[in-house]
Design a protein around this ligand. Structure first.
Ligand SMILES: [Zn+2]
Length: 377
């Protein structure tokens, strides 16, 4: 295992952060996998899962079983790891700019298209190499600010990988996986191996999250050059490892074991990955997710837990306005607008009007969601 420390620019005199990068296998070997945890720095489960995965990878390397190249960033966001406001960890947005740490990654499609237009040919594998080289070339110039350098460093480590796994978590949720629609059903072994009850698909979810900056480049170029064969050569996924408090040794061990098996199955580690578990549920469109909002300020009491299959009209929660003296008007029932899987809900039990309380994944795209930014901020 090679351990690399990448210094981020000092944001102020007297302070400097660094990024640790672990490399397994032979540099340049294929397939290449890139994994990172806690890009949203207050989403902790992935840190433990990856920590346990790294231990397994060290054993595999001692046994000369790493057949590809595996790059792991154990703590993807040292800036956000250190952001506390009045005792509360704030890891989602960079406090200086207000920018979400998992948005606004470079959309390289146009720039790369310009560069490769005269180089692409009839061999998809050669085209893949040409596009990877061009994408790395476009990322050659580093930006200046600490947070921009962090994002730039992470995307540069990942952009030429065959597999990119970005480990996040939700507020309170079941394990779910975000994937690009063009990767489906080829990528089904990831949610199947992880035992994920839900896979959400979108080609462009809006806001340029990390995984889409890596994978979306390929379908943008395929659309740009219909005359050339271009594979979706990067299987990038955002893996939501349940809720923010779902940090347990046993759970992390199981998740790490499943990620290891996935990497085995994908040809990065020697050995038998065993039989692939059945996929729990068919994938669903991200456009089919109903955002269930509170119409008022009040105290939320949920009626169902994440993982529940609900029907249109089922009671999901009750919001009570504690300032209303009339029990009838104080109590507002929140019901599901669709049939689907209630897969995530907000942990804070004090709702604001318009705030999303929970999300229900249905099988069909919803008119209100089409063409919109599909991810919550
Ligand atoms: Zn996240």
């Amino acid at each position: 295992m090679q351990v690399e420390q990448i210094l981020l620019p000092a944001p102020a005199p007297g302070t400097q952060r660094k990024l640790q990068v672990l490399r397994f296998g032979t540099p340049g070997a294929r397939p290449k996998a890139y994994l990172q945890a806690a890009l949203h720095a207050d989403e902790i489960p992935g840190l433990l899962v990856q920590h346990k995965l790294v231990q397994k990878l060290q054993t595999a390397e001692r046994d000369a079983a790493i057949t590809g190249e595996i790059v792991v960033v154990p703590v993807a966001n040292p800036i956000g790891s250190d952001q506390h406001l009045l005792g509360m960890h704030q890891g989602r947005y960079e406090q200086g700019s207000g920018v979400n740490f998992n948005r606004a990654y470079p959309d390289l499609g146009e720039d790369v298209a310009e560069q490769v237009s005269t180089q692409l040919g009839t061999d998809a594998r050669v085209n893949t190499e040409i596009i990877r080289a061009a994408a790395l070339e476009k990322l050659r110039e580093p930006p200046q600010s600490e947070d921009a350098v962090l994002k730039h460093t992470l995307i540069k480590l990942a952009i030429d990988a065959d597999i990119v796994l970005d480990l996040h978590c939700d507020s309170e949720a079941v394990l779910h996986v975000y994937l690009g629609t063009p990767l489906w059903p080829d990528a089904r072994d990831l949610p199947a191996q992880l035992g994920a009850p839900l896979t959400l698909l979108a080609s462009v979810s809006g806001g340029n999250p990390f995984d889409e900056a890596c994978s979306g480049l390929w379908w943008a170029l395929a659309e740009h050059f219909p005359q050339h064969p271009i594979d979706p050569a990067c299987l990038a996924a955002t893996v939501e490892l349940r809720g923010e408090r779902d940090v347990h040794e046993d759970l992390a061990e199981d998740d790490a074991h499943n990620l290891y098996r996935f990497l085995q199955r994908r040809g990065l580690i020697a050995g038998d990955a065993g039989e692939l578990p059945a996929l729990a549920n068919p994938a669903k469109p991200l456009e089919g997710v109903a955002m269930v909002r509170s119409p008022l300020a009040g105290v939320v009491a949920y009626a169902v837990d994440p993982g529940a299959e609900v029907e249109n009209g089922d009671l999901l929660a009750v919001v009570n306005d504690p300032l209303q003296r009339d029990a009838q008007t104080a109590r507002v029932e929140i019901t599901s607008p669709i049939d689907g899987l209630l897969y995530a809900r907000r942990s804070n039990r004090l709702a604001r009007p318009g705030q999303t309380l929970c999300r229900v994944a249905g099988s069909e795209p919803l008119p209100a969601r089409q063409g919109k930014h599909l991810l919550s901020d």
